[in-house]
Design a protein around this ligand. Structure first.
Ligand code: FAD
Ligand code: NAP
Ligand code: SF4
Length: 670
């Protein structure tokens, strides 16, 4: 056996499903909204996207959600599997995946009360806190009809060539709404006892099995942990799992938390495989294979959870966006070659909410497979890249891989730029993975890396192309008294160069202001990336004795080491520039730790008494021992170059997503 097989033996064992299907390994590509499902050109683009992941070695792929009918749509845009025409349009997807040697199932998702449109329905007419629309209550005949619609979707998927379906029974969508008392207050045969509440899910599976035959793969996505009040207990979840097995499911995939849960389930704050214990409870109760999901982003994480018997298979969704070749590389033992998902959500899930197709911060090619193509260069050039932050790393890697002779100058002693600050923030430790991955790519591409080497204009003269990726300088606001020793910059704080007093004022409330506050509050906490500590911190009761798996004692009391006041001049909501799907986690942490937030602030002066400000014309003093500047950034352009990327090009609205994309796009053209 090659040494590489020994690295992840459990991950690369075949898996037999009921019905006779043998999967070559234990990697399932989990369902993700790609933003292409409802687009007119969506099907061929999805076909290319999934085929690339099938070639990458995923044993089974699950598509994004398609609704079985009108009412179940997630958004006002049609993404359905309800007509013969839908089935015909879909054909290119399974065809492309099969040609690439993979298998693919269609996810059938009825949004219930979560749909963002006015036609939504639910077991009971109870509005979700995260939706402005209230659902209409389904009548008993409509419930039967909806089950029929699920079955029709599965049959149509079968005619389109899919290997099966995934029935979406988690995350708070319609099926979960039937299961939980929180959302099901019916008095008929579809409500009341658990037997009645799970009838809908069981009938969908049972009738789908009858209509599609024994070999068709039926994945059922079960909510292994609801994380909402009025959700199911552990015992009830196990009862549902057994009933779904009996109804004819081939595989139990697990989902964690309803979308309205106020506990992070996939954000950076969640430890790797931080919920696989919830899958283990189900695995111990059923005979069909189970799949663990959420924050499984590295092969060793997947291998460990399989080895300790938490699940039979792992679901990787974002990890397949950041690296389509994840499975093949893991199989070959090439851990260093895997582009690890850093769980930022910035270009995948956040894009869904702004109507943009999913991509990936650390892999700008994702979702741009046919547009951003890296071809071998016909004319090898000498290229200098100044700066080894995200922009420079991305540019130098692609340029080198295309066959150019690339020299990367980095004045610091290590590559990574601001990622070396970001990775110090509790929860952002994964950023170190990206730096290591890109450093490895540079090595393999033969890029010459000069560390501790500030480039000078003279040495850049001999190159055919010069790319300035020198990043930014932190902004020094013009506030009288700014030279006071109380005033420090965020770089010196995060690198531990300065001590921070008990009373802290943070000037600026952008991404870095929030991160600095989180660092101050949590840097000394017990590892937040340890599952037990995470569960305790967020009030999760792993015994699942109570509804939803919530600890009845609530969240443990915060013991902040600093009293923090965050300030900004504008009057927009605090945290409005943070990620759509992750910003709330930071806001919740800061609120829990009593961080005071002042907006509409005028900075008057700084002296030994502290920071003098005015809000609505009223003066006050923030008696801070330490005043930390997080007031934005200015481009760093000490050198002349034909090409500017990342912060060196434009510091406003800069993030790693833009920096890496600009680097890759430029390198593809050079
Ligand atoms: P930089 O990362 O600043 O890199 C520039 C590099 O150029 C540096 O390494 C510098 O040493 C080098 N350099 C400068 N001059 C020279 C010279 N003359 N010769 C050689 N080398 C030179 N972004 C996100 O998208 N998501 C986040 O969650 C996130 N969190 C962050 C948290 C913190 C605490 C910080 C500080 C930033 C965070 N960012 C985040 C922002 C992100 O890191 C930046 O947008 C990104 O690093 C910008 O990339 P860049 O390559 O343009 O510049
Ligand atoms: P930022 O998001 O632009 O925030 C800068 C802050 O400084 C704002 O709150 C601004 O508020 C304030 N400010 C600007 N000019 C000022 C001045 N002259 N005097 C006083 N205050 C001033 O920038 P950042 O926090 O430095 O972050 C840099 C980039 O990194 C961001 O664009 C961000 O996308 C990225 N980042 C992202 C994350 C993430 O979690 N996604 C985390 C960290 C960083 P007022 O103008 O209202 O005072
Ligand atoms: Fe992962 Fe961030 Fe890429 Fe999404 S954008 S796949 S969370 S690294």
């Amino acid at each position: 056996m090659p040494a590489t097989m020994a690295a992840y033996p459990n991950l690369f064992r075949p898996l037999d499903l009921p019905g006779g299907v043998r999967l070559p390994n234990r990697i399932l590509m989990g369902s993700m909204h790609t933003g292409l499902e409802a687009r007119p050109d969506g099907m061929p683009r999805l076909a290319a996207f999934y085929a690339e992941r099938a070639r990458g070695g995923a044993a089974l792929i699950v598509t994004g959600g398609f609704s079985p009918n009108d009412a179940g749509e997630l958004s006002p845009h049609r993404a359905q599997m309800s007509t013969k025409e839908d089935a015909a349009r879909h054909k290119v997807i399974p065809q492309a995946v099969h040609e690439a040697g993979g298998r693919i199932v269609l996810q059938v998702l009825h949004s219930g009360r979560y749909g963002f449109h006015e036609r939504i329905v639910a077991p009971s007419p109870i509005k979700a806190g995260i939706n402005q629309h209230a659902p209409r209550e389904l009548s008993a005949p409509e419930i039967e009809q909806t089950i029929g619609d699920f079955v029709r979707a599965a049959v149509l998927a079968q005619t389109a060539g899919y290997d099966g379906v995934e029935i979406m029974g988690s995350e708070g969508y319609l099926i979960t709404q039937f299961l939980a008392l929180r959302t099901n207050q019916r008095a008929d045969q579809w409500g009341g006892s658990l037997e009645n509440r799970m009838r809908f899910a069981c009938e969908v599976v049972r009738q789908t099995r009858t209509a599609t035959g024994p070999e068709f793969i039926i994945v059922y996505r079960i909510s292994a942990l609801d994380l909402v009040e009025g959700g199911l207990t552990g015992e009830e979840i196990v009862t549902v799992a057994k009933a779904i097995e009996k109804a004819g499911a081939s595989l139990l995939n697990t989902g964690i938390g309803w979308h309205e849960a106020r506990i992070p389930t996939i954000a950076q704050a969640v430890p790797r495989a931080g919920f696989s214990w919830a899958t283990r409870r189900i695995k111990q109760a059923v005979k069909i294979p189970t799949v663990a999901s959420n924050r499984i982003n590295a092969p060793e994480t997947a291998e460990d959870l399989l080895a300790r018997g938490d699940a039979d298979m792992v679901s990787l969704a974002r990890a397949m966006l950041s690296d389509a070749e994840f499975a093949n590389k893991a199989k070959a033992g090439d851990r260093a070659g895997i582009n690890i998902c850093i769980a930022c959500n910035q270009a995948c899930l956040d894009h869904y909410f702004i109507g943009q197709p999913a991509s990936c911060v650390v892999n700008p090619r994702a979702g741009r497979e046919s547009k951003l193509v890296y071809t071998k260069t016909p004319a090898r050039k000498r290229i200098a890249v100044v700066g080894g932050g995200p922009a420079g790393l991305s540019c130098a890697a692609v340029a080198g891989e295309r066959g150019h002779e690339v020299v990367l100058f980095e004045k610091a002693s290590e590559l990574g730029g601001q990622f070396n600050l970001a990775r110090r923030i509790p929860g952002k430790q994964e950023f170190a993975e990206s730096v290591a991955y890109y450093a490895e790519r540079l090595r393999r591409a033969g890029v010459k890396v000069l560390l501790d080497h500030a480039a000078t204009q003279a040495e850049l003269d001999g190159f055919d192309e010069v790319v300035l990726a020198s990043g930014i300088d932190p902004r020094q606001p013009a506030i009288p008294g700014i030279e006071n020793p109380k005033v420090v910059g965020y770089v010196d704080v995060l690198t531990g160069k300065v001590a921070v007093g008990a009373n802290v004022a943070i000037i600026g409330a952008g991404g870095i202001g929030f991160d600095v506050a989180v660092w101050l509050l949590e840097r000394n906490a017990r590892s937040t990336l340890e599952t037990k500590a995470f569960s305790h911190h967020w009030g999760i009761d792993e015994s699942l004795a109570n509804a939803g798996g919530l600890d009845p004692g609530g969240l443990p009391a915060a013991k902040p080491a600093h009293r923090i006041t965050m300030l900004k001049r504008s009057t927009t909501a605090f945290g409005s520039t943070l990620g759509r799907t992750t910003g709330w986690v930071h806001r919740a942490e800061l609120a829990r730790n009593g961080v005071k937030m002042l907006k509409g602030v005028e900075y008057r002066r700084i002296d030994d008494a502290g920071l003098h400000i005015a809000v609505d014309g009223k003066e006050q003093v923030i008696a801070a021992d330490t005043i930390i500047l997080c007031a934005g950034q200015e481009p760093k352009r000490e050198l002349k170059a034909a090409h500017l990327i990342g912060g060196a090009k434009e510091a406003g609205e800069l993030d790693a997503k833009r920096a890496m994309l600009e680097g890759a796009e430029l390198a593809a053209r050079l």
